[in-house]
Design a binder for this molecule. Sequence first.
Ligand code: PNS
Length: 163
Amino acid sequence: MTGAVCPGSFDPVTVGHLDVITRAAAQFDEIVVTVMINKNKRGLFSVDERIELLGESTSQLGNVRIASWQGLLVDYARELGFTAIVKGLRGAIDFDYELQMAQMNRKLTGVDTLFFPANPAHSFLSSSLVKEVATYGGDVEDMVPPAVHAKLLARIAERNAEA
Ligand code: PNS
């Protein structure tokens, strides 16, 4: 039985994330997509909402489940009994940052990181940019899973009304 943890902020999940999750699910018996809780960062969506959006977006993948974790990622991988982390890589900036984390995670516990090169059609995509573009009325419909789009627009409208 092989398993890997696929961590991130997922605020919200994009089609780029979904592509990596789908490809990882084809390589492992089980993928646990994990929303990493960062108490210092207020998201657009709560952790519970992100979990729900991930669940709706991956419901067609039978070997994927969604979780959250606060603390070191490697501790969660160890708790799951997994020896692998999977991540997507969009380009050189991701690589520099991800390489350092991968090396640290391996030093801490021996858990290794496997990288999936982003689909070039998604290499410009990030949750942050999607939120920014949507905030100013840009079209992001094909950048997020269908389950996310309406909720993203509704949340941004709420935020804009507050401001
Ligand atoms: O989607 P993101 O924000 O790029 O994800 C980064 C994340 C949350 C996966 C990374 O910051 C992380 O693993 N945080 C958990 C805390 C931890 O283990 N830090 C040490 C990393 S070497």
